[in-house]
Design a protein around this ligand. Structure first.
Ligand code: ADP
Ligand code: GN1
Ligand code: MG
Length: 544
């Protein structure tokens, strides 16, 4: 016979008895210290002696401490202690119910919830999805525990009370703003941990790790705080990025590629915005993490540089039909080298950190090249060079390579997509990638312009984009390399003079060290300029 022993014959005990009867228990008896009646067969302390006759028992006390205490005693004694669920309650099959818990009439226990042992979910209460009710806790009559909440063990939710989502502590989160951003994109309840990622000079980048079905943690998203000092209008940056990436998805699909891996997919906040603004007014955005990809700080094998040329050449073509007029200028005059020179002159004149005396040779290097700064700007102003949709920050670490086959996979860091010159995109890649050392190498003897890498890049770029570039544009490429390198050096030196207000730095001379490597490369490009021009001629596809 199906028998149940109930400890506690008070009001709640009687409710449990009725529930047990509805569940099909045929003989239901009580142990109680005070109550009398034909169905009370002893005191609670007699429980050990009843096990053989009644191997199934629960502790039905309204008081949390008493209910938990006796539930644990029954479990210790080896009783079967079931969860008692009223037939009118609605329980998700994915909910996990602990021993000796009670789910009363018309209660709702939603998906992926956990109800601890001896917890009580009273009549008409609701526990929404992904919430956890600790052992011995009580959700009172009609109480509502919203999704993703945790009710601590032994706590009480009052009748009719509504509990709003509580936040978990996420490992790696060291600021309120980062936590707010994670929750704004909806990752808070699941996220395993976050950690700083990448080596960009501008934004603050984090990889967001989530649990997989196999129980491992993997990076699923890239969360970035956009540098508002650099990008004054983050809304415009994100409008550009959403526009371009959504356009690219269609192009990639038409090419037969994989739109989820060959371009970034940006994710909106839970309230549908392109980015999240934290309490301090700082903008955060989020994209998918491209798995099985590699990012290089320096060319490791020449083939990689050829691949990067093909990727950037292809990118230029993919955006050939993008409505350039719809793009916002996210950093005004970004590659106007003449204006960059003017900004440098002003910083030098002000010399707010008294640093000019520490970098005289570098200052002279720039001053001697004032005229060069105007070469491409004037060609553009004369209409000799077409304005295209360009990336404007084409360094090697703004491409992800496919870890499996080594091919260029996805162009990232789309903040500076703006109307611009192909020569600048070409040139910025050369500046960074055709160097024998990293951008901040202190030993200048290690820093050289590698003309073989340059040739590989010319080859890849013209093989992919050569059919859309005009002859004048092709001829402008070597100047692009010289001027992007000079301009970047000028920008590093300007920032050094201004006290490191723009680029991230790791030590006080970091920007000066960077400027020096750029000027070393410029000097070597100047020495080999005739050869640089010849190489472009060799691949420009024009019959002599
Ligand atoms: P910054 O403007 O600071 O350079 P980036 O957008 O280039 O910021 O990101 C910094 C680094 O983070 C990149 O160089 C790359 O290593 C990594 N990264 C960025 N986005 C992704 C992504 N979606 N998937 C994988 N790695 C990424
Ligand atoms: C910055 O964001 P990141 O690190 O990819 C900079 C580029 C410079 C580069 C020098 C928006 O690129 O213009 O060429 O550092 N980006 C911006 O390494 O200023
Ligand atoms: Mg970058």
């Amino acid at each position: 016979m199906n028998r149940l022993l109930i400890l506690g014959a008070g009001g709640f005990g009687q409710m449990v008895k009725e529930t047990a009867a509805a569940l099909g228990y045929e003989e239901i008896v009580f142990l109680d210290d005070a109550a009398k009646g034909s169905d009370v067969i002893g005191k609670c302390c007699d429980y050990l002696s009843k096990k053989e006759e009644y191997p199934t028992a629960v502790a039905a006390f309204g008081n949390n401490n008493t209910r938990l205490y006796w539930t644990d005693k029954l479990l210790e004694a080896g009783y079967q202690v079931p969860a008692i669920v009223h037939p009118s309650a609605v329980i998700s099959p994915s909910a996990v119910l602990g021993p000796g818990c009670f789910i009363m009439q018309k209660a709702v226990v939603n998906t992926h919830t956990q109800i601890g042992r001896a917890a009580l979910i009273n009549s008409a209460a609701v526990v929404d999805h992904d919430s956890v009710i600790g052992y011995g806790a009580h959700v009172g009559l009609g109480g509502i525990v919203k999704s993703n909440c945790t009710i601590a063990p032994m706590n009480r939710v009052e009748p009719g009370e509504v509990i709003f989502s509580t936040r978990r502590k996420i490992e790696g989160v060291d600021s309120r703003a980062l936590e707010d951003a994670l929750y704004a994109f909806g990752f808070g309840p699941q996220c395993s941990y976050v950690k700083p990622f990448g080596e960009g000079h501008i934004n603050e980048t984090y990889a967001v790790y989530m649990p997989t079905k196999e129980g491992k943690d993997e990076p699923f998203y890239i969360l970035q705080r956009i540098n508002k000092n650099v990008f004054k209008e983050p809304g415009q940056v994100m409008e550009n990025i959403f526009g371009v990436t959504e356009f690219l998805r269609d192009v990639i699909r038409m090419e037969g590629g994989d739109p989820d891996r060959e371009t970034l997919s940006y994710i909106k906040t839970k309230s549908g915005d392109n980015y999240f603004e934290d309490d301090e007014g700082q903008p955060w955005r989020c994209s998918n993490f491209i798995t099985d990809s590699v990012c290089y700080q320096m060319v490791e094998r020449p083939e990689q540089f050829y691949q990067s040329a093909c990727s950037f050449g292809h990118f230029l073509k993919q955006l050939g039909q993008y409505p350039a007029k719809s793009l916002h200028e996210t950093i005004p005059n970004f590659h106007d080298t003449v204006k960059r020179f003017a900004a440098f002159s002003l910083a030098l004149q002000r010399d707010v950190k008294n640093r000019a005396r520490t970098c005289r040779p570098e200052i002279d290097f720039v001053l001697e090249r004032e005229k060069d700064c105007g070469v491409l700007v004037s060609q553009m102003e004369q209409g000799m060079l077409p304005i295209r949709v360009t990336h404007n920050d084409t360094k090697l670490n703004n491409i992800l390579f496919d870890a499996k086959n080594g091919n260029g996979l996805c162009i990232i860091d789309l903040d500076t997509i703006m109307p611009g010159l192909a020569a600048n995109d070409f040139g910025d890649s050369i500046r960074f990638g055709a160097s024998t050392a990293e951008e901040d190498e202190k030993d200048l003897d290690k820093v050289h312009f590698d003309i073989h890498l340059y040739e590989l890049y010319v080859k890849g770029y013209l093989e992919t984009a050569g059919d859309v570039l005009t002859l004048e544009e092709k001829k402008s490429l070597p100047w692009g390399a010289r001027l992007m390198t000079l301009e970047c050096g000028i920008r590093f030196l300007t920032d050094y003079l201004q006290g490191d207000v723009y680029f991230k730095t790791a030590y006080p001379e970091h920007n000066l060290v960077r400027a020096r490597t750029q000027f070393r490369l410029v000097k070597e490009m100047e020495e080999q300029f005739a050869q640089m021009n010849d190489i472009v001629k060799q691949y420009d596809g024009v019959e002599e």
